[in-house]
Design a protein around this ligand. Sequence first.
Ligand code: WT7
Length: 635
Amino acid sequence: MSVSFRSERPNRLSPEAHRSLTEAAQRDPERYWLDEAARLSWVNAPTRAIDSEHGWFADGTLNASVNCLDRHLETRGEQVALIWQAEDASHVVHMTYRDLHAQVCRMANVLKAQGVGRGDRVAIHLPSVIEGIVSMLACARLGAIHVVLFGGFSAEAIADRLADSGAIVVITANVGRRGPKRIPFKATMDAALALRPDSLKVTRVFVVSVTDDQVPMQEDRDSFLSGLMDASSTECAAETMASNDPLFLLYTSGSTGKPKGVVHGTGGYLSWASYTHEIVFDHQENDVFWCTADIGWITGHSYVVYGPLSNGATILLFEGMPSSPAPGRWWEVLQTHKVTTFYTSPTAIRALMREGDDIPARYDLSTLRVLGTVGEPINHEAWAWFNDVIGQKRCALVDTWWQTESGGILISPVPGAVLEKPSSATLPLPGIQPVLLDEKGAPLEGPAEGVLCIDGAWPGRALTIWNDDALFQTTYLKPYPGHYFTGDGARRDEDGYYWITGRVDDVINVSGHRIGSAEIEDALSCEHAIAESAAIGIPHDLKGQGLVVYVVANETADPDVQKLAVSVIASKVGRYAVPEKVYVVPDLPKTRSGKTVRRLLRKIACGETNGFGDLSTLADPEIVPVLIKIVQGHG
Ligand code: WT7
């Protein structure tokens, strides 16, 4: 099944234009990407694009904040750059490009006065407030590397990331608002900073006052930001950076327990964010672009901040939640701010769908033109609901596939150019060459299913992993030599469309949040009462995947190992990683060489009781019925 084009306004790209761009990129990638680089404003324009040794646009120099702000001042200085909708419906802030530029310069001056400069790492740990975006761009202005830390991380997780990045300054908030609840940002940061002071380099903590809530301030270390910003100049010269100077680090999960600081460069990353935002969202003048992602994730970096602002768009940032104080809040926000382009996650769509069609029917959604999803596969039912009830069958719907490491979207429909098929990410963007490989690493032709790799290079690809280039090589480049390994599996149909089948490694995707099984298992392994554990993902109606953990208790353990496991995960990783189920078991199914057989654990957790195939390779096949009994007994 495919869906026809429905836009009332002409789209940017026709099917012919898409095809000719794809061909042009194949014919002469060097020329193609050099032409694309011209979308940015450079201090020194690059003369070459691809250089396997020196990275993207290697002789180019630029500043990312200038590209998102200064260069728009002449033509759109009075255009609204950012609409901030507070939790409180009556509290809205409209900031023009000129206003945003001034705030970014003030913040940059505050950081500069603190000695922050080129290459320094600054950690940003904030709820959805304007200062998040301002901080990112202020770092970019100074050539400092921002490290945004997700608000859901625990103090332990924050401490690990502060230590690994070597951040010298932290920007946080007194609290975050979540409906009537208060999220203790500052208290969590204080706890993180106290955990292992010897391995941290943080000397200064700037605090945004989101509410009037009082928080303890450490005199020689902590300061409120607003007074300092008010006293700072609205002008701050931008540092000229080399194209491959890092713009930011962003931590993500992989197959190892250690957090990976994915490093993105300046020129390549920014051109990719700009290119993909423009073509995938069919960006046009007067669009109001709302990406619901938190800036703590790559989606927030590329499609709240860098893509849309580099293209001079108007973005919306909403502080609150989809259904607070009442169901329909997101639709109300959409209506109030006349959103044209709406980008969210399948998990959010599934949750909103459950509230019933009559809720969105109360709102005027007629300004919508392009809808997008990201982070996980979107099932047919959710796709159809988003398309029919929210898009009212008038909108383009882009199911965008990409990852933290790719910098931006790689496979996606393009409005007006690529016909959608529900639940398929469809075709690669012009310039992207996916390839499917069999288990031996041989490329598959035509319709096939295999491991998804990307051939050739694209400007958005991460440069490396912070402090661990060897891990970058072994994770992405060595598994299938000559190809970039994505960690996903996919199927290609007779039209060349891609259908992502999910991770082929030990990464679990809960509501679009990446959780490494090793991350959970390492956290649990520090606990004396727990001898061993295995974390797996199983299908979940709402979250896409749900996390299930099997733990083997030490003999002397106290009886409530289940509770212990939950609290250890919450405190070492974060509340977002708390499992659906914890099964306390006498042992794990292992091969004779001692490898845990996760395939079996998944099947058993899904309620299967037979069809496990040959169990004779297990060290102890008798464990299987025992596990089944425990899982079934849980109901
Ligand atoms: C993993 C990357 C991309 C930004 C948000 C998540 C899964 C992502 C899709 C999609 C099916 C998807 C993949 C990918 N994923 N988009 N449209 N359809 N799966 O970034 O945390 O780096 O996770 O999310 O498994 O590898 P991330």
